[in-house]
Design a protein around this ligand. Structure first.
Ligand code: AQP
Length: 351
């Protein structure tokens, strides 16, 4: 393992963990464990950025933090080889985010499409935290000098902003970084320019009810998503009811153009089976959706059933989950504290 290559990523504990979160993020987190030093965070400080009516209040938050942790463990993430913790236990996230609030520019944040989508028309009523969310996300990643971040397609813009913040910090403080002997890498910058790891057939899993919208925790329709804790009957019924079009499945990739619902189901099958969309079409192209949906139900139940069951088992033992998070937080804090001491020296804070 190359310890210079560090992965950081997180999931918000906002309930309704779904297939998009699994295929776009958590499944890939587990796959990266043999090639990277990994830090996986339950980003609870991000979860409270909407109105409390949206995130559900204190007991819901605690329950959701434990549920995301359970999903990490059930997906095969090993918290003894890597670090699993919740963000609010390591104060460096908030401290570095403040420094980044002063590095990042209003013009940059104004371009963030996720804020526009989440704030909607009632922008004046959105929290400052929702607006500054990408600066906190940059702090999450750079606090650990992470070189790679596995995320779904929807997070690409935030990773680009993280690179802009790192670059501006490195430029603004270039002299101080050098004077303190804290330059790293060829360019002598302090923070790395982190690479996103986005890809595969399910980088953007779409709603089962509308192929133009991403599968999302906050969609009011439960039929739009497969939750990781859904039982086999629910998974089967949601896939059977998933929106499709009247044409049979195409035999070639090109035939999926302009057919977002068909493309979505093919992508989900490919990601769950560890193959490509071409292979799926080679097997099911030309056939009716009903046959393909039957095969998808079988595959989804086979792959997701054990994860959902393990999550339920783990959540029933909150003491164990809390101990995993405390242990992870202690090890994360050891890395974060060094970064914060160095950042304070670079910025000129007296400590
Ligand atoms: N539909 C998706 N397809 C692929 N990846 C996805 N991710 C989310 N939705 C999809 C990825 O899951 C990780 C964790 O996401 P998050 O919990 O931090 O926040 P989110 O993106 O806001 O999740 P939702 O479900 O979309 O919630 P709401 O409804 O609140 O907007 C990230 O890596 C994300 O890319």
């Amino acid at each position: 393992m190359n310890v210079q290559q560090r992965v950081f990523s997180g999931v918000q504990p906002t309930g309704n963990l779904h297939l998009g979160n699994y295929l776009g993020a958590i499944k890939r987190f587990a796959e990266l464990q043999d090639s990277f030093d990994c830090i996986y965070c339950v980003v609870d400080m991000h979860a409270i950025t909407p109105d409390m009516r949206v995130w559900g209040g204190p007991s819901e938050l605690s329950r959701n933090i434990r549920e995301v942790t359970a999903a990490y463990l059930a997906a095969g993430i090993d918290p003894t080889r890597h670090i699993v913790f919740n963000q609010s236990q390591v104060s460096g996230h908030a401290e570095l985010a403040w420094v980044f609030n002063c590095v990042s520019r209003l013009g940059w944040l104004n371009r963030m499409t996720q804020f526009k989508e989440k704030a909607g028309k009632d922008r004046e009523n959105a929290s400052v935290g929702l607006y500054a969310y990408p600066n906190l996300m940059a702090a999450d990643i750079l606090l650990y000098h992470a070189t790679h971040v596995p995320v779904g397609e929807d997070q690409k813009q935030h990773i680009e902003l993280t690179r802009d913040i790192a670059q501006k910090f490195n430029n603004d403080f270039a002299e101080s970084i050098a004077a303190n002997g804290l330059g790293r890498g060829e360019e002598g910058g302090y923070f790395p320019l982190t690479e996103p790891l986005i890809g595969g057939p399910a980088a953007r899993v779409m709603s089962l009810r509308d192929g133009s919208k991403k599968m999302s925790k906050s969609d009011p329709s439960d039929l739009s998503r497969i939750n990781l804790t859904d039982d086999a009957d629910a998974v089967a019924s949601k896939i059977r009811k998933a929106k499709t079009d009247p044409e049979p499945l195409p035999t070639e990739l090109d035939g999926l153009k302009g057919r977002p619902e068909a493309e979505n189901l093919v992508g989900i099958y490919a990601a769950l089976s560890g193959s490509g969309k071409e292979e799926v079409l080679a097997n099911y192209g030309g056939g009716q959706f009903s046959t393909f949906k039957g095969a998808l139900v079988e595959l989804a139940v086979e792959k997701l059933g054990p994860i959902g069951n393990e999550m339920k088992r783990l959540v029933a033992d909150p003491g164990h989950i809390d101990a995993v998070l405390r242990d992870g937080a202690e090890r994360a804090r050891a890395i974060a504290d060094v970064t914060m001491r160095q950042v304070k020296d670079i910025v000129g804070f007296v400590r």
